[in-house]
Design a protein around this ligand. Sequence first.
Ligand SMILES: O=P(O)(O)O[C@@H]1C[C@H](O)[C@@H](CO)O1
Length: 292
Amino acid sequence: MLSKEDLRYEDCEETVQWLLDRIQSPPDIAIICGSGLGLLAETLSNPKTFDYSQIPHFPASTVVGHSGQLVFGTLQDKSCVCMKGRFHVYEGYSLSKVTFPIRVFKLLGVKVLMVTNAAGSLCEKYRPGDLMIIRDHINMPGMAALNPLRGPNDERFGPRFPSLWDTYDRDLRVTALEIARKIGHADLTHEGVYCMVGGPNFESVAEARFLQKLGADAVGMSTAPEVVVAKHCGLRVFGLSLITNRVAQAYEMQESVNHSSVLEVGKQRSQLLQTLITDLVRSIQINREPAA
Ligand SMILES: O=P(O)(O)O[C@@H]1C[C@H](O)[C@@H](CO)O1
Protein backbone atom coordinates (compact mmCIF):
# COMPACT_ATOMS: atom_id res chain seq x y z
CA MET A 1 0.00 0.00 0.00
CA LEU A 2 1.15 3.55 -0.68
CA SER A 3 1.63 5.66 2.42
CA LYS A 4 0.49 9.30 2.67
CA GLU A 5 4.11 10.34 2.14
CA ASP A 6 4.49 8.43 -1.13
CA LEU A 7 4.30 10.41 -4.33
CA ARG A 8 2.41 8.84 -7.24
CA TYR A 9 2.92 8.82 -11.02
CA GLU A 10 0.14 11.42 -11.30
CA ASP A 11 1.96 13.76 -8.85
CA CYS A 12 5.01 13.43 -11.02
CA GLU A 13 2.98 14.30 -14.14
CA GLU A 14 1.63 17.39 -12.40
CA THR A 15 5.14 18.59 -11.55
CA VAL A 16 6.36 17.83 -15.07
CA GLN A 17 3.51 19.81 -16.64
CA TRP A 18 4.15 22.74 -14.28
CA LEU A 19 7.82 22.80 -15.36
CA LEU A 20 7.10 22.27 -19.08
CA ASP A 21 4.80 25.30 -18.98
CA ARG A 22 7.74 27.41 -17.77
CA ILE A 23 10.87 26.19 -19.56
CA GLN A 24 11.99 26.59 -23.15
CA SER A 25 13.25 23.11 -23.91
CA PRO A 26 13.08 19.89 -21.89
CA PRO A 27 16.44 18.74 -20.52
CA ASP A 28 18.44 15.74 -21.79
CA ILE A 29 20.89 15.64 -18.90
CA ALA A 30 20.25 16.08 -15.16
CA ILE A 31 23.01 16.93 -12.70
CA ILE A 32 22.64 16.63 -8.92
CA CYS A 33 25.01 18.86 -6.97
CA GLY A 34 26.24 17.41 -3.69
CA SER A 35 27.15 19.23 -0.47
CA GLY A 36 29.03 22.40 -1.30
CA LEU A 37 29.03 21.58 -5.02
CA GLY A 38 26.18 23.86 -6.11
CA LEU A 39 28.54 26.11 -8.08
CA LEU A 40 28.31 23.52 -10.85
CA ALA A 41 24.90 24.99 -11.65
CA GLU A 42 26.49 28.39 -12.37
CA THR A 43 28.04 26.92 -15.51
CA LEU A 44 24.66 26.71 -17.26
CA SER A 45 23.99 29.40 -19.84
CA ASN A 46 20.54 30.98 -20.28
CA PRO A 47 19.55 29.75 -16.84
CA LYS A 48 15.94 29.52 -15.71
CA THR A 49 15.81 28.99 -11.95
CA PHE A 50 13.02 27.76 -9.69
CA ASP A 51 13.12 27.60 -5.91
CA TYR A 52 12.05 24.16 -4.71
CA SER A 53 9.34 25.89 -2.68
CA GLN A 54 7.66 27.03 -5.93
CA ILE A 55 7.57 23.59 -7.55
CA PRO A 56 4.52 21.40 -6.89
CA HIS A 57 5.31 18.36 -4.70
CA PHE A 58 9.00 19.27 -4.28
CA PRO A 59 10.30 19.04 -0.70
CA ALA A 60 12.42 21.86 0.77
CA SER A 61 16.21 21.72 1.18
CA THR A 62 17.11 21.97 4.86
CA VAL A 63 20.88 21.38 4.77
CA VAL A 64 23.51 24.16 4.68
CA GLY A 65 25.30 24.03 1.32
CA HIS A 66 22.15 22.88 -0.53
CA SER A 67 20.48 26.04 -1.75
CA GLY A 68 17.27 24.39 -2.92
CA GLN A 69 16.95 25.45 -6.53
CA LEU A 70 16.33 23.73 -9.84
CA VAL A 71 18.24 25.39 -12.68
CA PHE A 72 17.47 24.70 -16.35
CA GLY A 73 19.93 25.84 -19.00
CA THR A 74 22.47 24.91 -21.62
CA LEU A 75 25.89 23.36 -21.11
CA GLN A 76 28.08 22.52 -24.11
CA ASP A 77 25.00 22.86 -26.36
CA LYS A 78 23.14 20.26 -24.33
CA SER A 79 19.89 21.01 -22.58
CA CYS A 80 20.50 20.39 -18.87
CA VAL A 81 18.88 20.68 -15.48
CA CYS A 82 20.85 21.06 -12.25
CA MET A 83 19.63 20.35 -8.75
CA LYS A 84 21.34 22.87 -6.47
CA GLY A 85 20.81 20.78 -3.41
CA ARG A 86 19.37 17.33 -2.91
CA PHE A 87 17.18 15.67 -0.30
CA HIS A 88 18.53 13.29 2.31
CA VAL A 89 16.80 10.63 4.37
CA TYR A 90 18.29 12.11 7.55
CA GLU A 91 16.32 15.31 6.92
CA GLY A 92 13.25 13.23 7.70
CA TYR A 93 12.03 12.80 4.13
CA SER A 94 10.59 9.54 2.85
CA LEU A 95 12.59 7.80 0.14
CA SER A 96 9.73 8.58 -2.22
CA LYS A 97 10.37 12.30 -1.64
CA VAL A 98 14.15 11.95 -1.73
CA THR A 99 13.95 10.36 -5.18
CA PHE A 100 10.95 12.26 -6.57
CA PRO A 101 13.11 14.62 -8.72
CA ILE A 102 14.62 11.64 -10.56
CA ARG A 103 11.20 10.48 -11.73
CA VAL A 104 10.34 14.04 -12.70
CA PHE A 105 13.53 14.17 -14.78
CA LYS A 106 12.63 10.89 -16.46
CA LEU A 107 9.18 12.14 -17.44
CA LEU A 108 10.73 15.41 -18.66
CA GLY A 109 12.77 13.35 -21.14
CA VAL A 110 16.14 13.23 -19.39
CA LYS A 111 18.43 10.44 -20.68
CA VAL A 112 21.49 10.80 -18.45
CA LEU A 113 21.73 11.43 -14.71
CA MET A 114 24.98 12.74 -13.21
CA VAL A 115 25.19 12.59 -9.43
CA THR A 116 27.85 14.24 -7.34
CA ASN A 117 28.40 14.02 -3.61
CA ALA A 118 30.81 14.73 -0.80
CA ALA A 119 32.19 11.58 0.80
CA GLY A 120 34.67 10.40 3.39
CA SER A 121 37.60 8.19 2.40
CA LEU A 122 37.91 4.62 3.68
CA CYS A 123 40.74 3.87 1.29
CA GLU A 124 44.36 4.40 2.26
CA LYS A 125 45.32 6.10 -1.02
CA TYR A 126 42.40 8.59 -1.23
CA ARG A 127 43.15 12.05 0.14
CA PRO A 128 40.85 14.99 0.86
CA GLY A 129 40.38 16.85 -2.44
CA ASP A 130 40.60 13.68 -4.55
CA LEU A 131 37.84 12.54 -6.88
CA MET A 132 36.29 9.09 -6.98
CA ILE A 133 34.37 8.02 -10.06
CA ILE A 134 31.72 5.69 -8.67
CA ARG A 135 32.18 2.15 -10.02
CA ASP A 136 29.44 0.65 -7.87
CA HIS A 137 27.64 1.25 -4.59
CA ILE A 138 26.60 -0.42 -1.36
CA ASN A 139 23.18 0.80 -0.33
CA MET A 140 23.22 0.07 3.41
CA PRO A 141 19.71 1.42 4.12
CA GLY A 142 18.44 -0.26 0.94
CA MET A 143 19.73 -3.65 2.04
CA ALA A 144 17.72 -3.24 5.24
CA ALA A 145 14.47 -2.56 3.31
CA LEU A 146 14.83 1.23 3.33
CA ASN A 147 14.70 1.06 -0.43
CA PRO A 148 12.97 3.66 -2.63
CA LEU A 149 11.43 0.82 -4.68
CA ARG A 150 9.73 -0.70 -1.62
CA GLY A 151 5.95 -0.89 -1.90
CA PRO A 152 3.69 -1.37 -4.92
CA ASN A 153 5.62 -1.14 -8.17
CA ASP A 154 4.30 1.23 -10.84
CA GLU A 155 5.35 -0.41 -14.12
CA ARG A 156 5.12 2.97 -15.86
CA PHE A 157 8.35 3.84 -14.04
CA GLY A 158 10.10 0.47 -14.33
CA PRO A 159 10.11 -3.25 -13.50
CA ARG A 160 9.47 -4.84 -10.09
CA PHE A 161 12.92 -6.44 -9.91
CA PRO A 162 15.52 -4.25 -11.63
CA SER A 163 19.11 -5.46 -11.87
CA LEU A 164 21.87 -3.17 -10.64
CA TRP A 165 24.87 -5.04 -11.99
CA ASP A 166 25.74 -2.45 -14.64
CA THR A 167 24.33 0.67 -13.00
CA TYR A 168 27.22 3.11 -13.39
CA ASP A 169 27.62 3.59 -17.15
CA ARG A 170 30.88 2.12 -18.40
CA ASP A 171 31.42 4.54 -21.30
CA LEU A 172 30.89 7.55 -19.06
CA ARG A 173 33.34 6.19 -16.49
CA VAL A 174 35.99 5.54 -19.13
CA THR A 175 35.50 9.00 -20.65
CA ALA A 176 35.67 10.67 -17.24
CA LEU A 177 38.99 8.94 -16.51
CA GLU A 178 40.32 10.08 -19.90
CA ILE A 179 39.25 13.65 -19.16
CA ALA A 180 40.94 13.52 -15.74
CA ARG A 181 44.13 12.37 -17.48
CA LYS A 182 43.91 15.09 -20.15
CA ILE A 183 43.45 17.87 -17.61
CA GLY A 184 46.43 16.60 -15.61
CA HIS A 185 44.53 15.19 -12.63
CA ALA A 186 44.86 11.45 -13.19
CA ASP A 187 46.86 11.17 -9.96
CA LEU A 188 43.98 12.35 -7.82
CA THR A 189 41.17 10.61 -9.71
CA HIS A 190 40.19 7.11 -8.63
CA GLU A 191 37.44 4.65 -9.37
CA GLY A 192 35.77 2.97 -6.42
CA VAL A 193 32.79 1.80 -4.41
CA TYR A 194 30.56 4.34 -2.64
CA CYS A 195 28.70 3.23 0.45
CA MET A 196 25.56 5.03 1.54
CA VAL A 197 24.71 5.24 5.23
CA GLY A 198 21.70 7.00 6.71
CA GLY A 199 23.57 9.71 8.66
CA PRO A 200 23.45 12.40 9.92
CA ASN A 201 26.24 11.40 12.30
CA PHE A 202 29.65 10.73 10.84
CA GLU A 203 30.90 7.17 11.38
CA SER A 204 32.28 5.65 14.55
CA VAL A 205 35.66 3.94 14.25
CA ALA A 206 34.04 0.50 14.47
CA GLU A 207 31.53 1.42 11.74
CA ALA A 208 34.31 2.74 9.50
CA ARG A 209 36.28 -0.51 9.90
CA PHE A 210 33.15 -2.51 9.14
CA LEU A 211 32.39 -0.54 5.95
CA GLN A 212 35.98 -0.82 4.76
CA LYS A 213 35.88 -4.61 5.26
CA LEU A 214 32.65 -4.73 3.25
CA GLY A 215 34.50 -3.34 0.24
CA ALA A 216 33.59 0.35 0.44
CA ASP A 217 36.16 2.93 -0.67
CA ALA A 218 34.16 6.00 0.33
CA VAL A 219 31.15 6.69 2.52
CA GLY A 220 28.40 9.28 2.27
CA MET A 221 24.77 9.95 3.15
CA SER A 222 23.06 10.18 -0.23
CA THR A 223 23.18 9.09 -3.88
CA ALA A 224 22.25 5.38 -3.67
CA PRO A 225 18.44 5.95 -3.53
CA GLU A 226 18.61 8.43 -6.45
CA VAL A 227 20.69 5.99 -8.47
CA VAL A 228 18.42 3.01 -7.74
CA VAL A 229 15.41 4.98 -8.96
CA ALA A 230 17.32 6.25 -12.00
CA LYS A 231 18.32 2.73 -12.98
CA HIS A 232 14.77 1.49 -12.35
CA CYS A 233 13.44 3.99 -14.90
CA GLY A 234 16.18 3.39 -17.45
CA LEU A 235 18.48 6.40 -17.12
CA ARG A 236 22.20 6.23 -17.87
CA VAL A 237 24.01 7.06 -14.62
CA PHE A 238 27.34 8.69 -13.86
CA GLY A 239 28.44 9.23 -10.24
CA LEU A 240 31.29 11.30 -8.85
CA SER A 241 32.36 11.64 -5.21
CA LEU A 242 34.52 14.46 -3.96
CA ILE A 243 36.59 13.06 -1.12
CA THR A 244 36.32 15.70 1.59
CA ASN A 245 37.90 13.89 4.56
CA ARG A 246 39.45 10.69 5.78
CA VAL A 247 37.29 8.51 7.98
CA ALA A 248 39.19 7.41 11.10
CA GLN A 249 39.61 3.64 11.28
CA ALA A 250 41.80 3.65 14.41
CA TYR A 251 41.23 5.34 17.75
CA GLU A 252 44.72 6.86 17.55
CA MET A 253 43.96 8.62 14.22
CA GLN A 254 43.40 12.33 14.72
CA GLU A 255 40.77 12.76 12.00
CA SER A 256 38.09 15.28 12.74
CA VAL A 257 35.30 15.95 10.29
CA ASN A 258 32.37 18.33 10.37
CA HIS A 259 29.96 19.72 7.81
CA SER A 260 31.84 23.06 7.51
CA SER A 261 35.08 21.32 6.58
CA VAL A 262 33.17 19.22 4.03
CA LEU A 263 31.77 22.40 2.45
CA GLU A 264 35.21 24.03 2.49
CA VAL A 265 36.78 21.20 0.44
CA GLY A 266 33.79 21.47 -1.93
CA LYS A 267 34.59 25.14 -2.46
CA GLN A 268 38.28 24.45 -3.05
CA ARG A 269 37.55 21.78 -5.64
CA SER A 270 34.55 23.32 -7.35
CA GLN A 271 36.55 24.46 -10.41
CA LEU A 272 37.94 20.98 -11.00
CA LEU A 273 34.52 19.42 -10.67
CA GLN A 274 33.03 21.94 -13.07
CA THR A 275 35.73 21.21 -15.65
CA LEU A 276 35.29 17.46 -15.41
CA ILE A 277 31.49 17.53 -15.59
CA THR A 278 31.49 20.10 -18.40
CA ASP A 279 33.91 18.04 -20.51
CA LEU A 280 31.90 14.90 -19.80
CA VAL A 281 28.67 16.63 -20.87
CA ARG A 282 30.43 17.69 -24.08
CA SER A 283 31.24 14.05 -24.86
CA ILE A 284 27.66 12.80 -24.53
CA GLN A 285 25.64 12.06 -27.66
CA ILE A 286 21.93 12.48 -27.14
CA ASN A 287 19.61 10.50 -29.39
CA ARG A 288 16.18 12.06 -29.13
CA GLU A 289 13.39 9.97 -30.57
CA PRO A 290 11.81 11.79 -33.52
CA ALA A 291 8.54 13.52 -32.61
CA ALA A 292 5.54 11.33 -33.54
O1 LIG B 1 24.61 15.60 -0.37
P1 LIG B 1 25.93 14.97 -0.08
O2 LIG B 1 25.88 13.49 -0.07
O3 LIG B 1 27.03 15.51 -0.97
O4 LIG B 1 26.29 15.44 1.41
C1 LIG B 1 27.28 14.85 2.25
C2 LIG B 1 26.59 13.92 3.23
C3 LIG B 1 25.99 14.88 4.22
O5 LIG B 1 24.79 15.39 3.74
C4 LIG B 1 26.98 15.98 4.28
C5 LIG B 1 27.93 15.81 5.43
O6 LIG B 1 28.80 16.90 5.50
O7 LIG B 1 27.76 15.88 3.07
